[in-house]
Design a protein around this ligand. Sequence first.
Ligand SMILES: Cc1cc2nc3c(=O)[nH]c(=O)nc-3n(C[C@H](O)[C@H](O)[C@H](O)COP(=O)(O)O)c2cc1C
Length: 190
Amino acid sequence: MGKVIGIAGSARKKGNSTTLMRTILKGVVQAGKDTKEVYLNGLVFKGCQGCERCTSNGKCILNDDLTPILDELKKAEGWVLASPIYYDSITGQMKTFFDRCRTFTKDPKTQKLKHQLKGKRKGIVIVTYADTPRKDYYHEAEKLANYLGWMGDFGKVEIISEGKLGPRDAAGNRPDLLARAEKLGKDLFI
Ligand SMILES: Cc1cc2nc3c(=O)[nH]c(=O)nc-3n(C[C@H](O)[C@H](O)[C@H](O)COP(=O)(O)O)c2cc1C
């Protein structure tokens, strides 16, 4: 299968969640895979229109900057989703992207829930936040991980949910965390 694609949901290109995403991808490269980084904040795209047309023709009716990315994600061997926590949830950019992934959840013929992503793939969800470690923030990541299971056979989706990362360079100053992220990327895709 294809490459491993990282989707960054923060506007801070050098921020914590993106740093961890990029570090994971560094490990993925060591495992011999091709990678790609997507910065949602740099794309112009709409949210899901709720038309459910993707359920009858298998494709989203919208045609914008996200369209070629969704096509690439269909073929990708791994998805690495990274988002800060904003007001107890993922960012608007990540939520809007995730809603557009509706096209991967339903059988176009029967309109019933059925994986539309063919074959096995792997997933990692990263959330970063300023507060001390919180179970409810882990659950935010877990929700995305569970919904990936509606789209395809992702097996067990790995989660990095890390607190005490307020300043933009906080993750970059945590060698232990960076080492864990790099190892996760390498070990998962080797
Ligand atoms: C609009 C906004 C809302 C935030 N809300 C929360 C929050 O509810 N809980 C929390 O612990 N941190 C919150 N934070 C802090 C970020 O989650 C934290 O700095 C995160 O690591 C930023 O990730 P980034 O560097 O990848 O952008 C918020 C930050 C912003 C800008």
